[in-house]
Design a protein around this ligand. Structure first.
Ligand code: GDP
Length: 460
């Protein structure tokens, strides 16, 4: 295919920067762009020291590796040049590559070529993106497993019995006179049902897959002065939010990256809920904090336990609990300021009640960590061998599960019997088989592929 070129390293000055070229004529371009230091010439897959040339002058001393296709990442001839990471050098090197016959690579085009040339399937290509974006070790491990074919193998395992069943059904439909062992409705229903449920189970892992890659949104909500900003700082281990003894200091919603139970998270501090808004800033803050609750994967309600809750406190807390319940958002009620004495002696001991912490001294924070992890049910998914990270994959799995459930219904005779059961079962089976194929990119339309790869960055 056409020769493409792009920088594989991010913009800005760094120690090293990498230029990649892939396609027909990569080797010829290498000879135009570089003058090798050794007399041995271009040895495949060997790092070689060379001078990079541009406009008749030596631009830099570089290391170049030439990978002849087809057993390369892109499935074609590939050249990687590591230069010094100066934006000027890299810009001129790229321009020289264009002058040598390459065109600029589109986002994700290197990976797309690897996919088109059968070097990796679509689920593996998507894992490249996940691996680069991974913010925690757990996310990295998962992405690497998928890159190595974890999901592809699982899809192949699900599709195998479907294909077998389809062959037997279609043989029976096309050549009923042939002496094949009859396929019972029970067997057909059993296989379709099992694979349908397995596909649904896999689709159900998507919530955790999403949390692992995109991060859980944790909204810290509560009354003004309850200690929300202090708790955010204590969890982060540094002072990020402004803490102030005057109620109502947090006007804006503050989002800070964090990590919990191996998953990336965003801690969201919000304006205190329930104070009569005084001006436009306070009002906007209140709306933002309600919205934060709506988009949250888990909400942490901070309650100041050093004072007796008034009717207004009770009302706001009840409103938060109601909203969380309506949205299906898990809510953790945290009693803060447990370093101070309780307002009424009869309220002690607090430890028996909900989570007691002190944002000031840090006491109880370990337990809170554990509760957040449990609230997000992250522990459960640790045991799952595969977590479906992309929405596209989850939708394909649900589509397959649905089609196979229909095939099961047809075989078991629970659906409209206008057509012979074999026809209806085969139709659901074909559909389910195709939807599972979408996950690995089998028969995926050009436009969908374009859409997926265009989300990648250039040089990938
Ligand atoms: P927010 O309005 O809910 O964000 O509350 P802040 O985090 O700004 O805290 C309000 C006040 O409570 C500040 O004076 C904090 O120092 C104090 N505070 C917060 N957490 C604790 C705690 O655990 N113990 C004690 N003694 N004071 C706290």
């Amino acid at each position: 295919m056409e020769l493409i070129a792009a920088l594989a390293t991010p913009p800005g000055a760094s120690a090293l920067g990498v230029l990649r070229l892939s396609g027909d004529g990569a080797r010829a371009a290498a000879e135009k762009l570089l003058r090798l230091k050794s007399a041995e010439g271009w040895l495949p897959r060997k790092a070689l020291v060379a001078e990079a040339l541009a406009d008749g002058e030596v631009l830099d001393e570089v290391v170049a590796v030439y990978f002849p296709g087809p057993s390369t990442a892109t499935g074609e001839d590939l050249l990687e040049i590591t230069a010094h990471g100066s934006p000027l050098i890299l810009r001129r090197l790229l321009a020289a590559a264009f002058a040598a016959g390459a065109r600029p690579a589109a986002p994700g085009e290197f990976t797309q070529r690897g996919f088109l040339n059968g070097r990796l399937d679509l689920s593996q290509a998507e894992a490249v993106g996940d691996l680069i974006r991974a913010r925690t070790d757990e996310a990295r491990r998962r992405a690497l497993r998928q890159l190595r074919g974890g999901l592809s193998d699982e899809i192949a395992r699900l599709r195998r019995p479907l294909l077998e069943l389809l062959v037997r059904l279609e043989a029976g439909l096309d050549h009923p006179e042939e002496d094949l062992p009859p396929l019972s409705r029970e067997t057909a229903a059993k296989v379709c049902g099992e694979i349908s449920r397995a596909a649904r189970r896999l689709a159900d892992t998507h919530r955790d897959g999403r949390l692992l890659h995109d991060g859980a949104r944790l909204a810290i909500v509560g009354r003004p002065n309850a200690g929300k900003s202090s708790l955010l700082n204590a969890l982060l281990g540094r002072d990020r939010a402004i803490v102030c003894p005057t109620p109502g200091t947090t006007r804006d919603t503050l989002e800070e990256p964090w990590e919990v139970g191996g998953a990336p998270a965003l801690l969201i501090d919000t304006a205190g809920l329930g104070d009569a808004p005084e001006g436009p800033a306070e009002k906007a803050g209140m709306q933002r904090s309600l919205r934060a609750l709506e988009g949250a994967d888990l909400a942490i309600l901070v309650v100041d336990r050093s004072k007796t809750p008034g009717p207004e406190d009770e009302e706001v807390h009840a409103r938060i609990a109601e909203t969380a319940a309506r949205l299906g958002t898990p809510l953790l009620r945290v009693l803060n300021k447990c370093d101070l004495p309780p307002p009424r002696p009869e309220d002690a001991p607090w430890e028996n009640g909900p989570l007691s912490v002190s944002a000031l001294t840090g006491s109880g924070l370990d337990r809170l960590h554990g509760e957040i992890s449990r609230g997000l049910a992250l522990e459960k998914s640790k045991a799952e061998p595969i977590l479906v990270a992309s929405q596209r994959q989850a939708e394909a799995l649900l589509g397959a599960a649905q089609a196979l459930a229909e095939a099961e219904g047809a075989a078991a005779g629970t659906l409209d019997p206008a057509l012979p059961w074999e026809d209806r079962t085969a139709s659901g089976l074909r559909d389910g088989f195709r939807r599972l194929g979408d996950i690995v990119g089998e028969g995926t339309p050009e436009q969908v592929l374009h859409e997926i790869f265009s989300r990648f960055c250039i040089g990938k």
